[in-house]
Ligand binder design. Structure first.
Ligand code: EPU
Length: 421
């Protein structure tokens, strides 16, 4: 298992390009199941989750052609095996995103239940409830969701769906199911995340009729079929935020290109509060950190509020900031696993249910720590970059799921980082 060795204490400086967004790429790859013509995608990040999704689609009969490292085409003309097996779903929960498109296009799907994961139970009953409202017959047996269109209808039916909570992949799954349904579907309490909008834009370029993506009410008028299209995946706002935090924590100065601050208001506001100077350009963002950050409290909530996927990184920067901060996690019930590892590096953190009280210390000291999930790993990288001496991060396969070429990008910014195989 690969490890990351970081020799901390160097301020990040320079310029680095941000990759395409993992959480936009994964649903958009699944959208290829909806048409029998090729979908050309560019700015596709090279990540472990993306290759897992491509393998999953290939075993269903989707033809995948890689035209360049960040460019693929997918053609699901030969789709024949509407199955997402347990061994793939267990490594990547986003596999659930094949359920809606398979049902809409193939009329039938068997998808393993994802089960819990390190950050929480993460059930999918909202996905199932929405599909049932659209007339699907759904049985959960032997750990698999088996869904099919009612025999007398043959096709999903438009419906009015109000989700019990804001769910990102739930909204995406239902939107993909609805584009080929008969009649109009309305999704209320929809997720407003920019990745939902990117997926809607891709579906619209394939011929779907969708309005309201980016608001909490999405209207979809079903069409008979979708066609091929070209789409460029949006920049990864969480990767952007992570590099901003790394630069901020190390007292650095960076310019991140091929991205923008457009979807990062809540994160940028907090970094300004922490004392950073930030300049936003059309396709880039610059940050200059003060000598020492001020502690900033955050509370996670669905977009446009502060993202749960940036919570761990802000815990890391608070560890070395001046003063105390409270980090409140409201989306996932178990997303503080990085705290105990940060404490191993010398951080002062107290956890009380879904609140973490962080008091900044003068310095962290390198140690061996364990990555437990993707964003937790990112927080350990940030802490390792700040810590004096050597930090070894074990189990970095989590990082490879969501950060493209992380050690190369960090080295480009002057960090002393190497991968130990
Ligand atoms: N939830 C339910 N029932 C459902 C669906 C969701 O109870 O049927 C709960 C979840 O357990 C959670 C909350 O609702 O407590 C919100 O979960 P959501 O469904 O929005 O999460 P997700 O769609 O599974 C996506 C991202 C996550 C990100 C969350 C929240 C993808 C592939 N994943 O997950 O990204 O944290 O939205 O923004 O888009 C990551 O990239 O590291 C990551 C975990």
């Amino acid at each position: 298992m690969d490890k990351l060795l970081i020799r901390g204490g160097t301020a990040l400086r320079g310029e680095v390009a941000i990759s395409g967004a993992k959480n936009a790429a994964l649903p958009i790859l699944c959208a290829s199941l909806l048409a029998a013509e090729p979908l050309y995608l560019s700015n596709l990040p090279q990540l472990r989750d993306v290759s897992t999704m491509l393998r999953l689609l290939e075993q269903m009969g989707v033809e995948v052609v890689r035209h360049a490292p960040d460019m693929v085409s997918l053609n699901s003309r030969g789709l024949h095996n509407p199955l997402a097996p347990y061994d793939m779903v267990k490594t990547m929960r986003a596999s659930i995103l094949v359920l809606g498109p398979l049902l809409a296009r193939h009329g039938d799907a068997r998808v393993s239940l994802p089960g819990g994961c390190a950050i929480g139970a993460r059930p999918v009953e909202q996905h199932i409830k929405g599909l049932q409202a659209m007339g699907a017959e759904v049985n959960v047996e032997h750990g698999y969701i088996h869904a099919c269109c009612a025999a007398d209808k043959g096709r999903l039916q438009g419906a009015c769906i109000v989700t019990d909570m804001v769910t990102v992949t739930g909204t995406e799954n239902l939107m993909m199911a609805a584009v080929l349904a008969e009649g109009e579907t309305i999704i209320e309490n929809a997720a407003r995340e920019p990745e939902v909008v990117d997926l809607a834009d891709c579906l619209i370029s394939m011929g779907a009729q969708i309005s309201g993506a980016g608001t909490d009410k999405i209207r979809i008028r079903g069409v008979e079929r979708l066609h091929g299209a070209r789409h460029s995946i949006m920049a990864d706002r969480i990767e952007t935020g992570t590099y901003l935090c790394a630069a901020a924590a190390t007292g650095g100065e960076v310019r991140l290109t091929r991205t923008s601050a457009a979807y990062l208001d809540a994160v940028v506001d907090k970094l300004l509060d922490a004392g950073c100077d930030i300049v936003t350009e059309r396709d880039a963002i610059r940050l200059k950190a003060p000598a020492r950050l001020k502690a900033v409290s955050v509370r996670t909530s669905p977009y446009p509020a502060f993202p749960t996927d940036m919570q761990a990184q802000f815990m890391a920067i608070n560890c070395v900031a001046e003063g105390s901060a409270v980090i409140r996690e409201t989306i996932f019930e178990n997303r503080f696993m990085h705290a105990v590892e940060l404490i191993r590096l010398g951080a002062d953190i107290r956890i009380d249910a879904n609140n973490a009280m962080v008091t900044g210390v003068e310095r962290l000291d390198g140690a061996t720590v364990m990555a437990t999930d993707l964003r937790a790993s990112a927080s350990l990288v940030i802490a390792g970059l700040v810590a004096q001496g050597e930090t070894v991060i074990d189990r970095i396969y989590h990082l490879d799921r969501g950060y493209e070429k992380i050690e190369e990008k960090l080295r480009q910014l002057g960090a002393r980082v190497e991968r130990i195989r």
